[in-house]
Write a protein of this length. Structure first.
Length: 92
């Protein structure tokens, strides 16, 4: 199978999120705000998780929907940084 051209690949954005019980809270907030179809279009994936922070990747087109769902969630979830690369998240 041939590799995809760069123009055909999905453009991702990486979010650094801080809060408590992050994995389940992020999934619940995105699922309740944009639904199952929106969550699949966002291609939400957890890259790295810890007790108080997580790095997730989302599709570039769904970035605003994911940010809005995290902002509307009643529990405390803060988006610290958004970057186009994983290396860019650690630069500050």
């Amino acid at each position: 199978m041939k590799a995809l051209k760069p123009s055909m690949k999905e453009n991702k954005r990486y979010l650094l999120i801080k809060g408590a019980n992050i994995r389940s809270e992020v999934e619940k907030s995105v699922l309740s705000f944009i639904g199952v179809l929106g969550m699949s279009k966002a291609s939400l994936a957890f890259i790295k998780t810890s007790s108080n922070y997580a790095i997730i990747s989302v599709n570039r087109g769904s970035l605003n929907h994911v940010r809005a769902s995290l902002a509307a969630w009643p529990k405390e979830l803060r988006i610290e940084r958004v970057s186009g690369t994983l290396k860019g998240l650690g630069k500050k």
